[in-house]
Write a protein that binds this ligand. Structure first.
Ligand code: SF4
Ligand code: SF4
Length: 241
C-alpha cells in the first residue's frame, strides 16, 4: 500500500540540460574549467571546448575594485591574489566582466587562477599547459603568443578569430576561437571595467584624497604661520562672536 501511495505522487522532474559539462561551473576549488558546448551544424552537431578561468586582464576590474590590495599585478602582468589580505568583501566577484572569482564561505575568501605564479617564478610553465596532452595550450611571452594566435586563426580560416587582445587593454590569456565569439556561452563580447568602478577609483577617490590633502595642508600652513592653536584662542574667538 505504501508503495502505491508513493507511486501516486507526481514524479519529480529533473531538467535535462543535455550536456556532459562537468564540473558545471568554476568554484572556489576549481580555478580552471573546460567549457563544453554542442552546437547544431547543418545536419550534424559540433562540439566546442573552451578553457575558462582568469583572463589576467591588463586593466583588471578586480584589481581596481579590491579595497585591501589582495589582488595585484605581478611582475609578469598577470593578476595574482594574496589570500592573507583578502577580507572576503566580494567586490571583485561583482566587478569581474568574465565572472571568474569565486567566494568560499568556509574561509571567507575569494579564489581564482593566478596562472601558477610560483611555477612561472621558478621558470616553469603553468600546470594546465604542462598537463595538456594535445598541446592545445601554449605558454610564452605576450608578443610571440599574439603572433602565434593570429597565425593559427588564419590557418583555421572560416569564422576563426583571436579573442582577448582588443579589450581591457589586452588580456594575458588569449583564445583562438574556431567559431565567432558570440557562439560561445559565458563569453562576453565587450568586456570592460564597470563604469561605477572607473568613477570611484579613477575620479572620485583621487578627488577625495586631494580634498583631504588640502585640509591637512591648510592645517599645516596655519601651524607654520600662526603656531599651535591655544585654548584661549578659541575662547577669544567665541567671545568676539
Ligand atoms: S578575468 Fe576577472 S578576475 Fe581575472 S584579471 Fe580579469 S577582472 Fe580580474
Ligand atoms: S573579496 Fe578579497 S580579493 Fe575580492 S575584492 Fe574583497 S578583499 Fe579583494
Amino acid at each position: 500500500m505504501a508503495c502505491k501511495q508513493w507511486n501516486s505522487q507526481p514524479a519529480k522532474q529533473t531538467k535535462n540540460y543535455g550536456t556532459y559539462q562537468n564540473p558545471p561551473d568554476l568554484q572556489s576549488n576549481t580555478w580552471t574549467l573546460i567549457r563544453f558546448q554542442e552546437i547544431a551544424d547543418k545536419d550534424s552537431v559540433k562540439w566546442l571546448f573552451r578553457k575558462d578561468g582568469c583572463m589576467h586582464c591588463t586593466d583588471a576590474a578586480c584589481v581596481k575594485a579590491c579595497p585591501s590590495g589582495a589582488l595585484y599585478y605581478t611582475e609578469y602582468g598577470t593578476v595574482g591574489i594574496n589570500h592573507e589580505r583578502c577580507i572576503g568583501c566580494k567586490e571583485c566577484v561583482s566587478a569581474c566582466p568574465f565572472d571568474i572569482p569565486r567566494y568560499d564561505q568556509a574561509t571567507d575568501k575569494v579564489y581564482k587562477c593566478d596562472l601558477c605564479l610560483t611555477r612561472i617564478q621558478a621558470a616553469l610553465e603553468p600546470a594546465c599547459v604542462k598537463a595538456c596532452p594535445t598541446g592545445a595550450l601554449k605558454f610564452g611571452d605576450k608578443a610571440s603568443m599574439l603572433k602565434l594566435a593570429y597565425k593559427q586563426a588564419k590557418e583555421l580560416g572560416g569564422n576563426a578569430s583571436v579573442y582577448g587582445d582588443k579589450f581591457v587593454d589586452g588580456t594575458h590569456d588569449l583564445y583562438v576561437l574556431p567559431e565567432k565569439p558570440a557562439v560561445y556561452e559565458k563569453l562576453p563580447l565587450k568586456p570592460s571595467v564597470p563604469l561605477s568602478i572607473i568613477v570611484w577609483k579613477d575620479m572620485l577617490k583621487p578627488l577625495s584624497l586631494l580634498v583631504a590633502g588640502g585640509v591637512i595642508a591648510g592645517s599645516f600652513l596655519h601651524y607654520i604661520i600662526h603656531g599651535p592653536k591655544l585654548p584661549d584662542e578659541d575662547q577669544n574667538q567665541k567671545g568676539g562672536e
